[in-house]
Design a protein around this ligand. Structure first.
Ligand code: SF4
Length: 395
């Protein structure tokens, strides 16, 4: 694998876009669910047990992290919802099903989105900058955010999406073929396809391809620790707000378990970054942003990159305006004043807050435009100007 790709130039972007299109063309022309006959043959070769209804075919893989109850009921222990599920029913995420007292995931090796993205798009700014990430998602999510940009897949069941059959070995093979340094589990919620993430990550580690997850952080401690131990190299958490009310009213979830996830990530020591999407009138109070920044800085680490991103009206929240850029700038100042060293502005291409500045000498380390890296002054993890160590995972 090439590692000298320091700058993500326009040429590289065009090259990767072409590769993505080609890859999608390939995928769309062979293993989608509609082509049942072909898929049956493919499954027969791979000897993976499967579940077929009249229209769809899923790899039938027993889920991890659940316990059996009486009367063929089960309790899912993957995320804090802890759904209790009767026979032939599914949990809230809609992608895990109880069949005769055994719990199955229906999205194993069945991604509905496959792309090659710059790692900056996740966004991960302190993790192998200017490299590509092979990005996959399946249907399903364990939250129901009213502002979800990918609601068409996150709020769907696997029967409602067009899925490719892509076993972990193929994911790693495609990642390498496309010169990707990492695989990203993204777009919907990777927690609900944990078994697939685990196997892709394990296979990736064998072949020198890293794994990153882009998650809402709504996961129980045991699966989180397992994922970090066996599969993941970096994590990005969407920190939706710093109030229980927001999580309850807007996401159908709770804040406390997300806080717990961040504490566990710190304890594990894996590299992670945080994104806070500022939505006008809902989570834009500077007092809350200040409290959150103070908590991150004092209880986690001031080294953690914090991205404040701009909201655009979508899905159920089409009635709200885009976030004023001045609000994002104020939030950034508040976080910097609370001691956070790396605070970014997101979804505002060309803003100076997209750049990385050395926390010590304040010189520009990485100059960006959108997802492109224009200049990189970090060498062997240190500032080229003053020699300070810059937190992150560098090429
Ligand atoms: S992963 Fe899905 S089924 Fe399991 S507890 Fe969470 S929402 Fe429920």
């Amino acid at each position: 694998m090439k590692s000298k790709n320091l700058f993500f130039s326009r040429r590289n972007f065009l090259k990767s876009t072409f590769k993505t299109s080609f890859l999608l063309y390939l995928l769309s022309n062979f293993p989608f669910t509609s082509n049942l006959l072909f898929r049956k043959k493919l499954h027969a070769k791979t000897k993976v047990p499967e579940f077929i209804d009249n229209k769809h075919i899923f790899v039938l893989k027993e889920a991890k992290y659940y316990k059996k109850l009486d009367m063929k009921k089960i309790e899912c222990e993957l995320c804090p919802h802890r759904c209790r599920i009767g026979d032939v029913e599914r949990g809230m995420c809609g992608v895990r099903e109880n069949r005769d007292g055994v719990y199955y995931t229906l999205v194993y090796a069945n991604p509905c989105a496959v792309h090659v993205d710059p790692i900056e798009k996740k966004p991960l700014f302190h993790f192998l900058p200017a490299t590509l990430s092979f990005s996959i998602a399946t249907a399903g999510c364990n939250m129901a955010c009213k502002f979800c940009q990918n609601w068409d897949i996150s709020q769907s069941r696997p029967e409602q999406t067009q899925n490719a059959f892509l076993p972990p070995e193929k994911v790693v093979e495609f990642a390498k073929r496309n010169n990707c340094h990492s695989i990203a589990y993204t777009y919907s919620e990777p927690t609900v396809f944990t078994e697939y993430v685990l196997d892709c990550g394990i296979e990736g580690r064998k072949q020198g391809v890293k794994s990153v997850t882009i998650s809402n952080g709504y996961i129980n401690e045991k699966p989180l620790r397992d994922l970090c131990k066996y599969a993941l190299d970096a994590v990005k958490i969407d920190f939706k707000a710093y109030t229980e009310k927001f999580y309850k009213d807007i996401c159908l979830a709770k804040l406390k378990p997300v806080i717990k996830t961040l504490e566990v990530l710190k304890d594990i020591g894996i590299w992670f970054e945080l994104v806070y999407l500022i939505i006008p009138t809902l989570n834009d109070k500077l007092k809350d942003i200040q409290k959150m920044s103070k908590w991150i800085s004092s209880q986690l680490s001031s080294d953690i990159p914090l991205h404040f991103t701009r909201f655009h009206p979508t899905y159920i929240l089409k009635n709200l305006p885009p976030t004023p850029i001045s609000t994002i700038e104020k939030a950034r100042s508040v976080a910097l004043n609370e001691g956070m060293k790396y605070v970014y502005v997101g979804n505002v291409p060309g803003h100076e807050g997209e750049n990385t500045y050395c926390h010590s000498c304040k010189k520009t380390l990485i100059r960006r435009f959108g997802f492109s890296v224009l200049e990189n002054n970090i060498s062997k993890g240190k500032c080229k100007f003053c020699g300070s160590k810059i937190p992150g995972v560098w090429v």
